[in-house]
Design a binder for this molecule. Sequence first.
Ligand code: NAP
Length: 283
Amino acid sequence: MTAQLIDGNAIARQLRADVARRTAALKAKGITPGLAVILVGEDPASQVYVGKKVQACAEAGLHSVLEKYDATLSEADLLARVQALNADPAIHGILVQLPLPAHIDAHKVIEAIAPTKDVDGFHIASAGALMTGMPGFWSCTPYGCIKLLESTGIELRGKHAVVIGRSNNVGKPMALMLLQKNATVTICHSATRNLKAHTLQADVIVAAVGKPNTLTADMVKPGAVVIDVGMNRNAQGKLCGDVDFAGVREVAGWITPVPGGVGPMTVTMLLVNTLEAAERGLP
Ligand code: NAP
């Protein structure tokens, strides 16, 4: 079997076109969805990420503000900026780019964001809302994976999903989202014994580990859906995921490539969340 490709670029394009349509409709009512992005320090990868976020906002018609600060910014000053943005009616979503410099408590900063503006979905209120099935913002990367899974038309209800990785930003929320979609969920991590025994049972596998070739063809049930969240560099310096793509695509039913799978969805879901934050404010 050669797996069908789940094209993250194409799905992201469709979703962004929908965001642009809904944004135009909101603007006609006098509301422009606004995102504030805060970057502290000079981390090169973070600079690229925030640039992409601001550009995506512009392309979809959202208002965005990029606040760049020197790495010496104090925690108190950053908290004051977050509070000011919480009170700013032109801003519906606030994103503080991580990692922050070591002298700033990232947890404290994220918790200072108003939950109604927590479009990254990292606030404890957002995590709690996801856990209890209440309305709230879903964090962007796992939310994007749900959209990719939905694009296949495969019903998640009753399926066995195995999530590899239990980080707070990907693995755990991914597992909770799959649970909310009525999948039966297994979470694997670095202390899991015999990972292969788990993945071979799975109808859906989400790999979010950060190590190339964590999932190989012998670990996949024929026809399974494989979502690769990993973003790694291989020995040749080429971008690759956690999945041995060439091998697994011969066994899986559906598979995401890297690049062009989960990657484009993360920024897309940030736009969706920001738009929805603005829509929620409607009378
Ligand atoms: P992380 O915080 O380092 O978490 C990695 C997880 O993998 C941990 O739970 C760890 O287990 C588990 N793990 C490590 N080795 C394992 C093994 N041999 N078998 C099973 N589980 C193992 O990483 P993350 O933030 O979740 O990110 C994971 C990957 O996704 C990275 O490559 C990252 O770059 C990528 N990512 C991509 C996007 C995107 O937009 N495409 C967004 C976010 C992240 P323990 O908990 O036991 O340590």
